[in-house]
Design a protein around this ligand. Structure first.
Ligand code: COD
Ligand code: ATP
Length: 198
């Protein structure tokens, strides 16, 4: 079974993804892959520098993520340009990793894809788990984790579909407003119901 794990920014996908890894499930992580495809010297990074300027590359030839983030989260047309450069490479690698886990004999593969709905990737997976939190908690956690202003946090939140729309498209919803134990309990109920063994 291929399970898609998604949510909105800072609602707790990576937290649930970590729990799944601890339980022995293989996880294909789109955020991690989107870091791999921009390694120094990569074609994708060269294209990003062409389009967004050499300013987004630091002295060591690495992507300055903070700088690029400040350009794309507040501007839809810039975000579209970045997505067009990065997403084909990210998708190709996601599929490669998924196939590789299946070949190794795993029964269930988790695909952690923040933009599953925005990028219309529902067909990549068989079941969808949406990790949600109230807007106030989401905003608070995002500001704390990324040291952002309220305005910057709102721009990032608004760069994605509303979480309520994502919940409607889910096969199961995990409410991550409470303790991690409570979140894990909800996860265990879903996995048992779907008979999803690693
Ligand atoms: C703009 C970048 C450099 C900012 O890096 P930063 O380290 O600050 O953030 P990180 O990569 O950890 O992403 C954090 C979260 O932001 C959200 N996010 C990232 N990119 C996007 C995007 N293009 N549109 C909407 N939300 C996004 C996701 O919820 C993601 O989980 C980076 O997010 C990026 O390369 N984005 C483009 C690739 C992409 O779309 N990634 C999302 C999954 S494929
Ligand atoms: N139940 C919880 N209680 C307290 N803090 C939490 C809880 N769940 C997550 N957090 C914290 O909230 C922040 C956001 O969680 P996490 O990084 O898992 O979100 P995410 O959905 O993966 O975000 P992104 O889309 O940005 O990758 C992190 O700093 C995390 O430690």
């Amino acid at each position: 079974m291929i399970i898609g794990l998604t949510g909105s920014i800072a609602t707790g996908k990576s937290t649930v993804s970590r729990m799944l890894k601890e339980k022995g499930y293989p996880v294909v992580d789109a955020d991690e892959i989107s870091r791999q495809v921009v390694e120094p010297g990569s074609i994708v990074l060269d294209k990003i520098a062409d389009v967004f300027g050499e300013d987004v590359i630091d002295q060591n030839g690495r992507l300055n993520r903070e700088k690029l983030g400040s350009l794309i989260f507040k501007d839809k047309s810039q975000r579209k340009k970045l997505n067009e450069i990065m997403h084909p490479a990210v998708r190709q690698e996601m599929i490669r990793q998924k196939e590789s886990w299946l070949e190794k004999g795993f029964n269930t593969v988790i695909m952690d894809i923040p933009l599953l709905f925005e990028s219309k990737l529902e067909s990549y997976v068989e079941k969808i788990i949406v990790v949600t939190a109230t807007p106030a908690i989401q905003r608070e956690r995002l500001i704390a984790r990324n040291s952002l202003s309220g305005e910057e946090a709102d721009a990032r939140i608004n760069s994605q579909l509303p979480i309520t729309e994502k919940e409607e498209g889910a096969d199961a919803v995990i409410n991550n407003n409470d303790t991690l134990e409570e979140t894990e309990r909800q996860l265990d109920v879903i996995l048992a119901k779907w008979h999803a063994l690693p």
